[in-house]
Design a protein around this ligand. Structure first.
Ligand SMILES: [Zn+2]
Length: 56
């Protein structure tokens, strides 16, 4: 079993906060997980409103 994971030091833009439309980047990730269909998902903390959100 080997898991390939690329470690990206750069801040990748993930989307925007659904509350305030602030751009959310990979540096704001709190938790990463995978769903059953293999789509990686992340919970992030918005740097503006400090809500824990899924970037859209
Ligand atoms: Zn926000």
């Amino acid at each position: 079993m080997s898991t390939q994971k690329s470690i990206n030091q750069n801040a990748t833009r993930l989307g925007v906060c659904p509350h305030c439309q602030t751009t959310i980047a990979s540096v704001d990730i709190l938790i990463e997980y995978e769903t059953g269909d293999g789509q990686p998902k992340v919970w992030t903390e918005c740097p503006c409103c400090h809500e824990v959100v899924h970037p859209e």
